[in-house]
Design a protein around this ligand. Sequence first.
Ligand code: NAD
Ligand code: UD1
Length: 346
Amino acid sequence: MNNILVTGGAGFIGSHTCLQLMNEGLNVCIIDSLINSSEKIINQIKLINEKEGIKKGKLFFRHGDLRNNDFINNVFLEFKRKKLPFDSVIHFAGLKAVEESIFNPLGYWEVNIISTINLLITMDKFDCNKLVFSSSATIYDPSKKIKYDEESPKRPINPYGNTKLTIEIFLQDLFLSSQNKWKIINLRYFNPVGAHPSGLIGENPKCTPTNLFPILLKVANGKKKELSIYGNDWPTKDGTCIRDYIHVMDLADAHIAALEFLNKASPQAKAINIGTGKGTSVLEIIKRFNKINSVNLPFKFVNRRKGDSAIVIADNKLALELLNWVPKRNIDDICLDSFKWSKYSL
Ligand code: NAD
Ligand code: UD1
């Protein structure tokens, strides 16, 4: 049985991915500093696993920070001695709030870059050479396109995006340095949203949220008066921005598919978009959310937000071809599952 190290596995995307990994019969070790999550999530993962009778793979949790090289080294050593050496790593850990990164570039560069370098040094030392890295559509030039394929021009417009592009470049250098060794996939996520259908895990950021769904869910639960929609004068069918929202369970499945691909692939470093290939406007989201959950979200239009683009959609052909993966959930599933989670968590 394979053993997978999941950094940042207590976070939003990581927790859902861990469940799917265990479902596949893989043993999972989470490393997380809990800077943007809590240990409760580990228990929730175990709870869902037991409730659904999955129980195939084992779950381990090691609390610590990837900036600490000795800590990572000790975890790799411990699992090697247990005869459960890590076969692959999924690297979610990092800071991800765009606005925060503009005010605190030092913190973002320190956490995202140093953590990744430490991780790769230790992987190299322990001959663990398969990596799936959480990259982002935020690395693309936002002014260039509507639909982005992997070759679209790159031009991040904030420190967070700069760290993601830098890590992709670093991983490419690493692969080129020893071309028969590393198997690396950078998954470029578009807009991950939704929650586990049980409603027991979902997105729960510790800092004040700025993304659409965490705010919308606050409004739906009466914790915020109304949703401010950033502009109704965009060149789209209803004047509001269009994004490619992908259910977090589909995203989790994409990680399993990426690991399966790497298991069979020759050494390489490749970037793959993960999105649905379909766009939904903010007003359409509100409409579907109201309908499926029988609510009536109050909203108002305000000025456009700096840094927004009218339309951002993934060209996901490469993912469909190479990973043999297709997104299975739609916007209604996203609205239903995220509302269920929010009623439990907010
Ligand atoms: P998250 O904040 O919920 O999860 C990240 C986890 O990493 C958290 O549990 C946090 O405590 C942990 N962490 C942070 N720094 C750490 C460190 N130095 N050592 C150990 N653990 C650390 O974020 P998420 O939404 O699950 O995103 C996961 C990854 O995907 C991130 O790298 C993010 O940049 C990337 N991503 C996310 C989105 C999105 O919209 N959620 C979009 C594109 C890319
Ligand atoms: C944002 C980031 C992007 C990052 C992604 C995932 C910006 C400009 N972009 O993308 O770099 O990769 O999150 O973390 O911050 N909206 C409202 N009202 C709100 C919140 C959002 O109308 O209160 C709209 C936005 O204008 C946008 C859509 O909802 O059109 C989605 O917003 P959001 O969830 O923040 O994602 P992105 O802007 O796509």
